[in-house]
Write a protein that binds this ligand. Structure first.
Ligand SMILES: *Cc1c(COP(=O)(O)O)cnc(C)c1O
Length: 248
């Protein structure tokens, strides 16, 4: 996809953000746009950086490792938004400022051990499976409070909020329910006042459902296809437990 097209689609997304903020009485400055760049080439990503975007999200360790040196742009900041196997931690940590997909204690423990060795800290979001779909990763909503209480013990992990992939269905009311559930979990975690736990970020909403997400309280939306065009792999390749190798 050429540079003009990317910038034109970015403008469209900005307009959609503005419009949903107007209808929800929110300030567009309070919404962060993350570009979901899986399968997108470095050449196609660069025009988005030239247009002023800074936040990129990748789903796979290997793809991140390959793409990072091709972009090498100090304007860019990378988040990891895909399922992370514990044996891939070392392949991801050098490149990212946040992992949005922390969904289990074992992963957090291993991240903490590695970060201690590297003498650094990391922002994380806790991914929640708000749609209860087998095919999605993420902590079960009823385990979120316990998990966050456990994660708050790890001094190297700075919990910044929650992330979810909303239910992808023709019925937009069901998608909205996913987002409402994440918002309500955010309130429940806040009420616990766990030391060091910040719940400012609600990462939810993608190309097809960003309006509903913003109306339901998203502070970060993750957009891929509406900016970069269709992908050749189905999302199940990235999201589905059966199709992707998993260690735990
Ligand atoms: C691919 C992806 C997105 C973006 O999805 P689009 O429908 O292309 O906007 C958002 N979040 C995650 C976790 C993704 O894997």
């Amino acid at each position: 996809m050429n540079a003009n097209k990317v910038q034109e689609q970015l403008n469209q997304i900005k307009k959609r953000i503005d419009a949903s903020c107007r209808s929800a009485n929110r300030n567009p400055d309070d919404i962060t746009l993350l570009l979901a760049t899986k399968t997108v080439s470095a050449e196609t990503i660069k025009p988005a950086l030239d247009a002023g975007e800074t936040l990129l999200g990748e789903n796979k360790a290997q793809e991140l490792q390959e793409k990072y040196p091709l972009i090498e742009d100090n304007r860019a900041q990378w988040h990891f938004i895909g399922h992370l196997q514990t044996n891939k931690i070392n392949n991801v940590l050098p490149y990212v400022t946040c992992i949005q997909s922390v969904d289990r204690l074992k992963l957090a423990q291993k991240l903490h051990n590695r970060l201690l060795k590297d003498n650094r800290t990391l922002d994380i979001l806790v991914q929640v499976n708000t749609s209860y779909e087998e095919s999605k990763f993420g902590a079960a909503p009823e385990h979120v409070l316990t998990l966050i209480e456990q994660l708050s013990e790890f001094s190297t992990l700075h919990i910044k909020g929650l992330m979810t992939i909303g239910k992808l269905s023709a019925n937009s009311e069901e998608t909205r329910e996913s987002f409402r559930l994440l918002k309500s979990l955010q309130e429940q975690v806040k009420a616990q006042d766990y030391p060091g736990v910040d719940m400012g970020v609600l990462s939810m909403g993608m190309s097809g459902d960003l309006e509903a997400a913003i109306e339901e309280g998203a502070t970060m939306i993750r957009v891929g296809t509406a900016i970069f065009g269709d992908r050749e792999y189905p999302d199940s390749y990235y999201w589905n437990e059966q199709l992707s190798d998993t260690d735990d």
